[in-house]
Design a protein around this ligand. Structure first.
Ligand code: HAM
Length: 404
């Protein structure tokens, strides 16, 4: 038997319903916040991800689905959505329209060659939003509020962690300071951390190793070393969250696994799904558009992990919906098609093509949670009627075709 690849899943029945429900809920809310749909290719040039996500990140370093295509191009299946959206933003010259704001939402498959475990897949799906052209911290707040709305609407509890990663003014001196501190405890830090001190020292703060964590308690903290502009933005963000009754905690070690962030970084975490607990993450990336060759444009965004949210979502009670239609003799079937076609203008309709007894039709209607079971038998053909049972109210009626 040919099976799906390790770390990749089929989503069907209840899983399929959950998946689509999450996308629809998030889409409705994103539209209310002014976002428009964007679709970008799954396959992009490898250098797009190397430049944006960062050469030293785990994603680029070890997890890319990268290959040489038949035209000898070095390409990669997207590990995340932001890089492609930024590429499209520049390619479509939206960076030239500096006085305008652009807000995009997307959803789709992302690919990371990670070690699969609960909540960690090699093909997974994100719903994400990217907002371009707004440098005021109000946009950071608004995006966090929107994610809160999405989780509330899905009935999901979360913890919000925020941090500020500073800017090109305050980050470099902090980085130097941090390197000094880390060099002082190199021998005690794990192998990964030792490598990161040289490639991306900020990521050391994010190490999950208990011993490293205890050493890092005394490390210099970026939030204590922010420049005045970053500090006032971060304070303003905290004020706005508090006045909107959005609980948060500041995690000064929250650095995110992608290199493009500056200033606001945040993660939404669930306590109910085990170790892979981040259900959404994002932040500001004011330098990325320029770094990829566009005109400098501030930006902020997030993505949520659909499979992780599927574990948590409370689906509304499934309601009986639509029509099931059947006949008691196969020669009556032609009568159903025009009826079904008319009803399909507003409702869902399933036709059972095979003739069956009434009891079997009622069973079939029940199985697919239809609201109405519609059957044509001998009497109905004679009288130009249909037999209809409302399976919710448990009421039966006979209606003239026109009335139906
Ligand atoms: P990220 O934190 O790498 O951010 O991913 C966002 C979410 O995708 C995570 O919080 C998690 O729920 C889900 N996720 C990540 N990896 C996996 C996996 N292997 N299996 C299942 N779910 C996973 C980004 O990707 C950024 N592009 C977010 C962003 C948008 N920042 C600014 N704009």
């Amino acid at each position: 038997m040919i099976k799906a690849l390790r770390g990749m899943k089929d989503l069907l029945f209840e899983d399929g319903n959950r998946f689509i429900y999450i996308i629809e809920t998030a889409t409705n809310i994103a539209k209310r916040y002014g976002y428009n749909y964007i679709e970008t290719p799954i396959l992009e040039e490898t250098k797009l991800f190397k430049r944006s996500v960062g050469e030293s990140s785990d994603i680029v370093g070890k997890e890319m689905y990268q290959f040489i295509d038949k035209g000898n191009n070095d390409v990669c299946m997207r590990p995340e959505g932001t890089a492609g959206v930024v590429r499209a933003f520049i390619q479509n010259r939206l960076d030239r329209r500096q006085s305008e704001k652009f807000k995009f939402y997307y959803y789709g498959a992302m690919f990371r060659y990670e070690r699969p475990q609960k909540g960690r897949l090699r093909e997974f799906h994100q719903f994400g939003c990217e907002s371009f052209g707004e440098d005021l911290v109000y946009e950071d707040f608004t995006i966090i509020q929107m994610i809160g709305d999405i989780f509330k609407s899905l009935g999901i509890d979360y913890r919000l962690e925020i941090n500020s990663l500073g800017c090109s003014k305050c980050m470099p001196p902090y980085r130097e300071n941090l390197i000094k501190f880390l060099n002082g405890c190199r021998d005690e830090l794990c192998e990964d951390c030792n490598r990161r001190i040289d490639t991306n020292p900020i990521r050391v703060l994010d190490c999950k190793n208990k011993n490293c964590q205890s050493l890092l308690i005394n490390s210099p903290k970026l939030i204590d070393n922010l420049c005045s502009s970053c500090k006032s933005d971060f304070n303003r963000l905290k004020e706005l969250l508090s006045s909107a009754d959005i609980d948060y905690s500041v995690n000064s070690n929250l650095v995110r696994g992608l290199d493009y962030y500056n200033k606001t970084a945040f993660e939404f975490i669930s306590n109910s799904i085990g170790s892979q607990s981040a259900i959404a993450g994002g932040g500001r990336y004011d330098k990325l558009v320029e770094f990829l060759g566009g005109k400098s444009t501030p930006a902020v965004g997030f993505a949520l992990g659909i499979e992780r949210i599927m574990e948590l979502v409370k689906m509304p009670n499934r309601k009986r919906e639509g029509y099931y239609m059947g006949v008691m003799d196969s020669s009556y079937i032609d009568r159903l098609f025009p009826l079904a076609h008319k009803k399909r203008e507003t409702s869902s309709v399933t036709i059972e093509y095979r003739a069956k007894k009434l009891k079997a039709h009622l069973k079939g209607a029940d199985k697919i949670d239809a609201r109405y079971c519609v059957v044509i038998g001998e009497d109905e053909v004679k009288n130009g009627t249909v037999w209809v049972k409302d399976l919710e109210k448990r009421e039966e009626t006979i209606l003239k075709i026109d009335e139906f």
